[in-house]
Design a protein around this ligand. Sequence first.
Ligand code: ADP
Ligand code: MG
Length: 497
Amino acid sequence: MSLVDTRTPNEAHFFLGEDHPWELVIGLEVHAQVTSEAKLFSGASTGFGAEQNSHVSLVDAAMPGMLPVVNEHCVRQAVKTGLGLKAQINKLSTFDRKNYFYPDLPQGYQISQLYHPIVGEGTVAVQVGPDPQGNFESVEIGIERLHLEQDAGKSMHDQHPTMSFVDLNRSGVALMEIVSKPDIRSIDEAKAYLTKLRSILRYLGTCDGNMDQGSMRADVNVSVRKPGGEFGTRCEIKNVNSIRFMGQAIDYEARRQIEILEEGGSIDQETRLFDPVKGETRSMRSKEEAHDYRYFPDPDLLPVEFDDAFVAEIAASLPELPDEKRARFMEAGISEYNASILVSEGAISQYFEAIWERVDPILAANWVINDLLGALNKAGTAITDSPVSGDQLAGIIELISKGTISGKIAKDLFEIVWNEGGDPSEIVEKRGMAQVTDTGAIEAAVDAVIAENPEKVQQAKEKPALIGWFVGQVMAATKGKANPKAVNEMLRAKIDS
Ligand code: ADP
Ligand code: MG
């Protein structure tokens, strides 16, 4: 791959060394497990967490003479993902053997796509931020390619004192390897890119994105250079399985490389591993020890070929993706910050979409993000199991919009609905939570406070800001149910007269 620099140096991307700033350059190779019932070349199940070696066909166990057959569903999923990444779809792609020996690889080679991948160049738009003003920077990260390949099995070293075992359940499961260009320039951008990629795959339904189950993992390539200079030598950190760890690994690796370079040394191109306990990367193998995989076209498999109609049919089934959804929400007046949160997960946007057109969308966005997501987060509950349903939250928002309850009482109402359930407007009625808009009742409370505090009234005539104290007294007297605007107006009229 020829390295083309698409970015202008930006101070936000600099790491300060002893002598001068260094610019960070990052490229990610993400392995994403294809959502599919069956494996890439066999009918065996891909179910997670099954008993060891219970999902293994003769193909996955590489019995002599077995022949792989491409799973059409996996091909569709790869094309769908390519379309979601606005990428070139290659109507002809081929499978190659990557030869190496490892106990968890009974075939002695992995079937992958080196020379003609199914998907070529594409882009992912990433929003980095927000900055303290709540603004996001929009950055395009180039995709180099996406190819299909098989996963290997798993060696288990912790089951027996003197032996290691092999579990082949994962052997042959379809993976998409999604290779980015070296366009990423900061830890924040790397995190935003991986988060966005995961969100796109989840929206598409082509990978569940569960990094803790290993369905998505990243090889992280890191180098540093003088700002705007030639690309430096990179190190590749293998198999990073959380976004947080990726940030720590890049930080450690950038500092390590800068230290070496500033001491006049040079970087060895090597493969490294991140140790989350120590927060360090350590060398696994250098380029000299790199494998020669002796790639060659797999003679057991014909090229994958399809026509425009096949691609068009998949394109027609594409759901609305997060970028388009965010733009739609922003058109309704929702801030970029809020819209970005609302589209960050399919389940959040689904919840929001079920209510936002029935109520004030801006108010709804605030309630979903600040109150609902806040409470869910605190309780450690997923939005799909939310104790407050969309209908209930919409009910609460309607009561605020109609002026039946104040924003403050609405918080209490939300808590009641969260804990006890029930219909919001019935609760308001039964518990007498409605705002007092009856001017007679408000006037009585206002008059009482004025009559009891003659000196304060005198002071307030000279210093109008003191009205706030009276508003507080009236609100307390009406147990927070008076309409604060009405109270304020009435107090001003009476005190100023
Ligand atoms: P390989 O197949 O040997 O790993 P590639 O050229 O396909 O090498 O690149 C792998 C990844 O490394 C890509 O994601 C690419 O963006 C990234 N990369 C390439 N050069 C650099 C560099 N100088 N600094 C950081 N990342 C890089
Ligand atoms: Mg690589």
